[in-house]
Design a protein around this ligand. Structure first.
Ligand code: IPD
Ligand code: CA
Ligand code: CA
Length: 266
């Protein structure tokens, strides 16, 4: 299954790369003006599901564009066919394909592929995480002021869900630096390989994080909700770090919950 996930991610990545500059339809989703979907997202998903179904016709799927296909299998493939659609539509060469395999409710394998840099992150539960076939580990930095963090914002950011804006301000004041790359799957993969010390985001979907969270865990990092409690890929909040700065980030997030911030609606 991991081999098939890799093949499908490489194929989809090649397709995405070829399709840049050739987008014909851009639509908005869920009534949110900034939440875009193109025909390339949909075709990438069809390509991936087609390849997997060919080999495993009875498996279940949870995929961003076509939703859930439930055949009561013990296996479920969780797919984001293009993570970083906004980057993609603007020609920013940073986006990814994320594919994870869930078995009886537990994520057991995953792939995050970034086609422009040719970086393939792969992971199998209990077998460690790899970048282009070489083992990766989270960073050993334990001071916040030496930590580079990364985050993302939901399309509903103008409603400031979970005090998202306040958390961002608070993190900015404590970390060495903060980045916003535009692909949550890549953010998590970069925590796994030690480029970032930590990642948080207030509201993600399972397809954004399923492969990335296992990458972080297998690379020696920690994944919880914002209060530091065990979470799952269905839990929305993501806090994923090298483990060493985790409690410090929980402290900052806890403070952010009690603080208010002005939003466009207030
Ligand atoms: C988005 C990206 C982004 C994150 C958003 C996601 P999409 O996924 O992962 O980094 O901040 O919350 O929705 O829409 O490009 O697949
Ligand atoms: Ca996504
Ligand atoms: Ca997507």
């Amino acid at each position: 299954m991991i081999r098939l996930a890799i093949e499908a991610a490489l194929e989809a990545g090649k397709f995405l790369k070829q399709s840049v500059g050739n987008i014909k339809t851009v639509e908005t989703k869920l009534g949110q003006e900034t939440n875009l979907v193109t025909e390339i997202d949909k075709k990438s998903e069809e390509l991936i599901i087609g390849m997997i179904r060919n080999k495993y016709p009875d498996h279940d799927f949870l995929a961003e564009e076509s939703g859930s296909h439930d055949r009561k299998s013990e296996y479920r493939w969780i797919i984001d066919p293009l993570d970083g659609t906004l980057n993609f539509t603007h020609g920013v060469p940073l986006y990814s394909v994320s594919i994870a395999v869930e078995r009886r409710g537990e994520i057991v394998a995953g792939v995050v592929y970034e086609p422009n840099l040719g970086e393939l992150f792969t992971v199998e539960k209990g077998k460690g995480a790899l970048l282009n076939q070489k083992p990766i580990r989270v960073s050993k930095v334990d001071r916040l002021i030496e930590s580079m963090l990364v985050t993302g914002f939901p399309y509903t950011i103008r409603d400031n869900p979970n005090n998202a804006v306040q958390h961002f301000v608070n993190m900015l004041m404590k970390a060495q630096g903060i980045r916003r790359l535009g692909s949550a799957a890549v953010d998590l993969a970069y925590v796994a390989c030690g480029r970032f010390e930590g990642f948080w985001e207030v509201s993600l979907s399972p397809w954004d994080m399923a492969a990335g969270v296992l990458l972080v865990q297998e690379a020696g990092g920690r994944f919880t909700d914002f209060r530091g409690s065990a979470s799952s890929v269905y839990g929305k909040q993501v806090l994923a770090t090298n483990g060493l700065i985790h409690d410090a980030l929980v402290g900052i997030l806890e403070r952010g919950f009690s603080e208010g911030v002005a939003t466009s609606r207030s």
